[in-house]
Design a protein around this ligand. Sequence first.
Ligand code: SAH
Length: 220
Amino acid sequence: MNSDTDSYRLKGLRQQMVSDLKRKGVSDPQILAAFSTIPRHCFLDEAFAEWAYRDTAFPIGAGQTISQPSTVAQQTALLGVKKKDVILEVGTGSGYQACVLASMGAKVYTIERQEELFMRTSRLLTKIGFNHIRTLLGDGYQGAERFAPFDKILVTAACHMIPKKLISQLKDGGTMVIPVNDEVDNQKMMRIVKNGDRIEIKEHGHYKFVPMLSGIKATV
Ligand code: SAH
Protein backbone atom coordinates (compact mmCIF):
# COMPACT_ATOMS: atom_id res chain seq x y z
CA MET A 1 0.00 0.00 0.00
CA ASN A 2 1.24 3.42 -0.95
CA SER A 3 -0.11 5.58 1.85
CA ASP A 4 3.01 7.55 2.75
CA THR A 5 3.64 9.31 -0.51
CA ASP A 6 1.24 11.89 -1.83
CA SER A 7 3.43 13.43 -4.52
CA TYR A 8 2.69 16.59 -6.50
CA ARG A 9 2.07 14.34 -9.46
CA LEU A 10 -0.59 12.32 -7.60
CA LYS A 11 -2.16 15.51 -6.21
CA GLY A 12 -2.31 16.86 -9.77
CA LEU A 13 -3.95 13.67 -11.03
CA ARG A 14 -6.44 13.87 -8.17
CA GLN A 15 -7.45 17.41 -9.15
CA GLN A 16 -7.89 16.21 -12.75
CA MET A 17 -10.19 13.46 -11.45
CA VAL A 18 -12.24 16.10 -9.62
CA SER A 19 -12.50 18.22 -12.79
CA ASP A 20 -13.57 15.11 -14.71
CA LEU A 21 -16.28 14.38 -12.11
CA LYS A 22 -17.53 18.00 -12.39
CA ARG A 23 -17.75 17.62 -16.17
CA LYS A 24 -19.77 14.45 -15.62
CA GLY A 25 -22.30 16.39 -13.52
CA VAL A 26 -21.10 15.95 -9.93
CA SER A 27 -21.84 19.33 -8.33
CA ASP A 28 -22.14 18.84 -4.55
CA PRO A 29 -19.18 20.82 -3.06
CA GLN A 30 -18.90 18.43 -0.11
CA ILE A 31 -18.58 15.40 -2.37
CA LEU A 32 -16.01 17.19 -4.53
CA ALA A 33 -14.08 18.22 -1.40
CA ALA A 34 -13.97 14.60 -0.24
CA PHE A 35 -12.61 13.46 -3.61
CA SER A 36 -9.99 16.25 -3.57
CA THR A 37 -8.63 15.34 -0.17
CA ILE A 38 -8.74 11.53 0.12
CA PRO A 39 -5.56 9.96 -1.34
CA ARG A 40 -7.30 7.40 -3.54
CA HIS A 41 -3.98 5.83 -4.58
CA CYS A 42 -3.60 4.45 -1.03
CA PHE A 43 -6.51 2.09 -1.71
CA LEU A 44 -4.76 0.36 -4.64
CA ASP A 45 -1.48 -1.54 -4.82
CA GLU A 46 1.49 0.80 -5.15
CA ALA A 47 2.25 -0.34 -8.70
CA PHE A 48 -1.15 0.96 -9.82
CA ALA A 49 -1.12 4.32 -8.00
CA GLU A 50 -1.79 6.31 -11.17
CA TRP A 51 -4.80 4.16 -12.06
CA ALA A 52 -6.44 5.42 -8.88
CA TYR A 53 -7.30 8.71 -10.56
CA ARG A 54 -8.90 7.34 -13.71
CA ASP A 55 -12.67 7.04 -13.78
CA THR A 56 -12.65 3.28 -13.77
CA ALA A 57 -13.27 0.39 -11.38
CA PHE A 58 -10.10 -1.50 -10.41
CA PRO A 59 -9.25 -4.92 -8.87
CA ILE A 60 -8.31 -4.79 -5.17
CA GLY A 61 -7.62 -8.52 -4.66
CA ALA A 62 -9.88 -11.21 -3.18
CA GLY A 63 -11.82 -11.11 -6.46
CA GLN A 64 -13.24 -7.66 -5.64
CA THR A 65 -13.06 -4.16 -7.10
CA ILE A 66 -12.87 -0.59 -5.87
CA SER A 67 -15.89 1.16 -7.45
CA GLN A 68 -15.40 3.69 -10.22
CA PRO A 69 -15.08 7.28 -8.86
CA SER A 70 -18.19 8.53 -10.70
CA THR A 71 -20.22 5.62 -9.27
CA VAL A 72 -19.00 6.45 -5.74
CA ALA A 73 -19.97 10.10 -6.32
CA GLN A 74 -23.41 9.18 -7.70
CA GLN A 75 -24.25 6.76 -4.88
CA THR A 76 -23.08 9.35 -2.33
CA ALA A 77 -25.22 12.06 -3.97
CA LEU A 78 -28.30 9.80 -3.98
CA LEU A 79 -27.80 9.07 -0.29
CA GLY A 80 -28.01 12.80 0.55
CA VAL A 81 -25.35 12.68 3.28
CA LYS A 82 -25.65 15.16 6.16
CA LYS A 83 -23.17 15.83 8.97
CA LYS A 84 -23.72 13.44 11.92
CA ASP A 85 -25.76 10.98 9.85
CA VAL A 86 -25.29 7.45 11.15
CA ILE A 87 -24.58 5.38 8.04
CA LEU A 88 -24.16 1.66 7.41
CA GLU A 89 -22.19 0.75 4.30
CA VAL A 90 -22.54 -2.84 3.08
CA GLY A 91 -19.41 -4.00 1.20
CA THR A 92 -16.33 -2.32 2.71
CA GLY A 93 -13.99 -3.51 -0.07
CA SER A 94 -11.08 -1.08 -0.29
CA GLY A 95 -12.63 1.32 2.26
CA TYR A 96 -12.65 4.27 -0.14
CA GLN A 97 -16.42 4.82 -0.18
CA ALA A 98 -16.49 4.65 3.63
CA CYS A 99 -13.82 7.39 3.77
CA VAL A 100 -15.88 9.60 1.43
CA LEU A 101 -18.89 9.31 3.77
CA ALA A 102 -16.75 9.88 6.89
CA SER A 103 -15.03 12.92 5.46
CA MET A 104 -18.48 14.44 4.87
CA GLY A 105 -19.07 14.27 8.63
CA ALA A 106 -21.05 11.03 8.90
CA LYS A 107 -20.56 8.38 11.58
CA VAL A 108 -19.79 5.34 9.44
CA TYR A 109 -20.18 1.62 10.12
CA THR A 110 -19.03 -0.57 7.25
CA ILE A 111 -19.48 -4.31 6.95
CA GLU A 112 -17.47 -6.77 4.82
CA ARG A 113 -18.00 -10.55 4.44
CA GLN A 114 -14.42 -11.43 3.40
CA GLU A 115 -12.07 -11.65 6.36
CA GLU A 116 -9.01 -10.91 4.21
CA LEU A 117 -10.44 -7.58 3.02
CA PHE A 118 -11.83 -6.75 6.44
CA MET A 119 -8.37 -7.15 8.03
CA ARG A 120 -6.47 -5.36 5.30
CA THR A 121 -8.87 -2.43 5.06
CA SER A 122 -9.20 -2.04 8.84
CA ARG A 123 -5.40 -1.66 9.04
CA LEU A 124 -5.33 0.80 6.13
CA LEU A 125 -8.06 3.02 7.59
CA THR A 126 -6.12 3.30 10.86
CA LYS A 127 -2.90 4.03 8.98
CA ILE A 128 -4.37 6.90 6.95
CA GLY A 129 -6.21 8.49 9.87
CA PHE A 130 -9.75 7.18 9.33
CA ASN A 131 -9.76 5.13 12.51
CA HIS A 132 -13.15 6.60 13.50
CA ILE A 133 -14.79 4.42 10.82
CA ARG A 134 -16.10 1.28 12.51
CA THR A 135 -15.27 -1.79 10.39
CA LEU A 136 -17.30 -4.96 10.93
CA LEU A 137 -16.80 -8.53 9.68
CA GLY A 138 -20.16 -10.07 8.83
CA ASP A 139 -22.87 -10.79 6.32
CA GLY A 140 -24.36 -7.52 5.14
CA TYR A 141 -27.70 -9.26 4.45
CA GLN A 142 -28.05 -9.31 8.25
CA GLY A 143 -27.09 -5.63 8.59
CA ALA A 144 -25.62 -4.56 11.93
CA GLU A 145 -28.45 -4.84 14.47
CA ARG A 146 -26.18 -3.77 17.38
CA PHE A 147 -25.71 -0.31 15.89
CA ALA A 148 -29.16 0.17 14.29
CA PRO A 149 -31.20 2.16 13.49
CA PHE A 150 -29.33 4.02 10.73
CA ASP A 151 -30.16 7.32 9.05
CA LYS A 152 -28.83 5.93 5.80
CA ILE A 153 -27.73 2.57 4.37
CA LEU A 154 -25.50 2.32 1.30
CA VAL A 155 -25.10 -1.05 -0.41
CA THR A 156 -22.10 -1.37 -2.76
CA ALA A 157 -22.68 -4.93 -4.06
CA ALA A 158 -25.51 -6.14 -6.30
CA CYS A 159 -28.56 -7.74 -4.64
CA HIS A 160 -31.25 -10.00 -6.11
CA MET A 161 -33.89 -8.27 -4.03
CA ILE A 162 -34.15 -5.57 -1.38
CA PRO A 163 -33.09 -7.19 1.95
CA LYS A 164 -35.91 -6.83 4.52
CA LYS A 165 -33.44 -6.86 7.42
CA LEU A 166 -31.78 -3.72 6.05
CA ILE A 167 -35.12 -1.93 5.70
CA SER A 168 -35.93 -2.83 9.31
CA GLN A 169 -32.62 -1.27 10.45
CA LEU A 170 -33.39 2.07 8.76
CA LYS A 171 -34.79 4.91 10.85
CA ASP A 172 -38.25 6.17 9.97
CA GLY A 173 -37.60 8.73 7.22
CA GLY A 174 -34.26 7.05 6.46
CA THR A 175 -32.80 6.43 3.01
CA MET A 176 -31.17 3.38 1.45
CA VAL A 177 -29.30 3.31 -1.86
CA ILE A 178 -28.87 -0.15 -3.36
CA PRO A 179 -28.11 -1.71 -6.76
CA VAL A 180 -30.69 -4.44 -7.50
CA ASN A 181 -30.27 -7.00 -10.30
CA ASP A 182 -32.45 -6.59 -13.36
CA GLU A 183 -33.22 -9.09 -16.11
CA VAL A 184 -29.99 -8.40 -18.00
CA ASP A 185 -26.48 -8.60 -16.59
CA ASN A 186 -26.52 -5.34 -14.71
CA GLN A 187 -28.36 -3.55 -11.95
CA LYS A 188 -30.84 -0.77 -11.35
CA MET A 189 -29.75 1.75 -8.74
CA MET A 190 -32.63 2.16 -6.30
CA ARG A 191 -33.16 4.94 -3.79
CA ILE A 192 -35.52 3.82 -1.08
CA VAL A 193 -37.12 6.06 1.54
CA LYS A 194 -38.78 4.44 4.55
CA ASN A 195 -41.98 6.09 5.75
CA GLY A 196 -43.47 4.07 8.58
CA ASP A 197 -44.68 0.80 7.06
CA ARG A 198 -44.40 2.13 3.53
CA ILE A 199 -41.32 2.32 1.37
CA GLU A 200 -40.96 4.63 -1.63
CA ILE A 201 -38.67 3.40 -4.39
CA LYS A 202 -37.19 5.39 -7.24
CA GLU A 203 -34.82 4.06 -9.91
CA HIS A 204 -31.70 5.94 -10.93
CA GLY A 205 -30.08 4.27 -13.92
CA HIS A 206 -28.08 1.13 -14.58
CA TYR A 207 -24.76 0.07 -13.05
CA LYS A 208 -22.49 -2.95 -12.78
CA PHE A 209 -21.41 -4.17 -9.33
CA VAL A 210 -19.91 -7.40 -8.00
CA PRO A 211 -22.63 -9.65 -6.50
CA MET A 212 -23.69 -9.52 -2.86
CA LEU A 213 -23.04 -13.02 -1.45
CA SER A 214 -24.35 -14.64 1.74
CA GLY A 215 -22.30 -15.64 4.76
CA ILE A 216 -18.75 -14.84 5.86
CA LYS A 217 -15.66 -15.96 3.90
CA ALA A 218 -12.92 -16.71 6.43
CA THR A 219 -9.22 -16.46 5.55
CA VAL A 220 -7.80 -19.98 5.19
N1 SAH B 1 -17.38 0.02 -1.31
C1 SAH B 1 -16.20 -0.62 -1.84
C2 SAH B 1 -16.43 -1.41 -3.13
C3 SAH B 1 -17.16 -2.62 -2.84
S1 SAH B 1 -17.04 -3.99 -3.91
C4 SAH B 1 -15.07 0.35 -2.07
O1 SAH B 1 -15.26 1.56 -1.84
O2 SAH B 1 -14.00 -0.11 -2.43
C5 SAH B 1 -18.24 -4.94 -3.01
C6 SAH B 1 -17.77 -5.52 -1.70
O3 SAH B 1 -18.91 -6.12 -1.10
C7 SAH B 1 -16.73 -6.62 -1.83
O4 SAH B 1 -15.64 -6.33 -1.00
C8 SAH B 1 -17.47 -7.88 -1.36
O5 SAH B 1 -16.62 -8.82 -0.71
C9 SAH B 1 -18.49 -7.28 -0.42
N2 SAH B 1 -19.67 -8.10 -0.16
C10 SAH B 1 -20.35 -8.93 -1.00
N3 SAH B 1 -21.40 -9.50 -0.37
C11 SAH B 1 -21.38 -9.03 0.91
C12 SAH B 1 -22.18 -9.27 2.07
N4 SAH B 1 -23.24 -10.11 2.05
N5 SAH B 1 -21.87 -8.62 3.20
C13 SAH B 1 -20.81 -7.76 3.27
N6 SAH B 1 -20.00 -7.51 2.22
C14 SAH B 1 -20.28 -8.13 1.05
